[in-house]
Design a protein around this ligand. Sequence first.
Ligand code: NAP
Length: 332
Amino acid sequence: MAEDTQFKAWQVSEQDGEFRGEEVTRKVADLPEHDVLIKVHYSSLNYKDALSASGNRAVTREYPHTPGIDAFGDVVSSADDRIKVGQHVIVTGYDLGMNTDGGFGEYIRVPAAWCVPMPDGWDGLKAMTYGTAGLTAGLCVSKILMAGAKPEQGKVAVTGATGAVGSVCVELLAGLGFDVVAISGKADQQSLLNELGAQEVVGRETLTPGNRPLLKPAYANAIDTVGGAPLAELLKQIQPGGSVACCGLVAGAQLETTVLPFILRGVNLLGVDSVEIPLEDKVAVWEMLSGEWACPVTEQHRRTIGRAELAGSLSSFLKGESVGKVVLDHSL
Ligand SMILES: NC(=O)c1ccc[n+]([C@@H]2O[C@H](COP(=O)([O-])OP(=O)(O)OC[C@H]3O[C@@H](n4cnc5c(N)ncnc54)[C@H](OP(=O)(O)O)[C@@H]3O)[C@@H](O)[C@H]2O)c1
């Protein structure tokens, strides 16, 4: 493909200290020099995209920048034998959308080592319905299962339950037979959470910070997507020997806890990273999501938007108002 080929991208730039995204026309030649050029059909919206779009320098150092940590598309050219022209690929994480032009543009150019071949019989819209959030949910579930979590041990809690990661966690765990308690700040989303499979929905106030180092155990295991003070409270409510997978920081990056849940109850705190893990670990979760871990309710409630709606949808992530999965369709 000619390097002067033009394409549309949603680009964030800094103007007088304010960050603003808008549709621009870019050239393939402007993309970074990597081995695989991909025509992007779909991307997926994530909290990290909202941080990048709002000028968070811990995510994106330099602007103007095209965010989008997820992409699905067709390979247009490849200088690496592992990835063939015409192949359908998923790219999530690594540096995509952070300091490498991301999936909010119609083309990306990335290292071959970032490309996951599309699982057989799947389609791009479905893949991006999960995106990084679904991959992370799958990794969180895998972590607690590997630590020995079983449905018969008792309830499993999910925080940030209506969010992109949390909602997939609820549906995955319910599908595996767990009795899921969805912890959410959105009382009006009870019916969606029940439809996803939550047996119980409780308010965020159940994790209001208190002074007691331990509380009556309420959950056998948990997946936490919010971090901060709610995670510290959750750890106090886990049964002896239980596990908590932790992946997010929307409620804060600081974790103030005592060692008591760990040394008196043997609670396991399991960190989850979906970004820099080896490609084969990502492939394993994508295979599950495209097969026996498929989440039909998540797929049914997916919202699909065009580039013109990105600004509004991203700002709802920062306000904690986003619900479920939002896919960017470049054809809209
Ligand atoms: N480790 C990794 O590899 C990885 C990968 C993906 C995402 N993440 C992180 O996981 C987190 C969730 O991502 P996401 O894409 O699911 O975001 P999201 O869609 O915005 O979901 C976050 C949810 O958390 C709840 N929430 C928001 N603000 C809160 C607050 N101040 N206190 C308590 N709860 C709050 C809300 O759910 P309710 O209203 O239902 O409570 C919100 O919908 C983010 O921090 C993201 O950076 C990490």
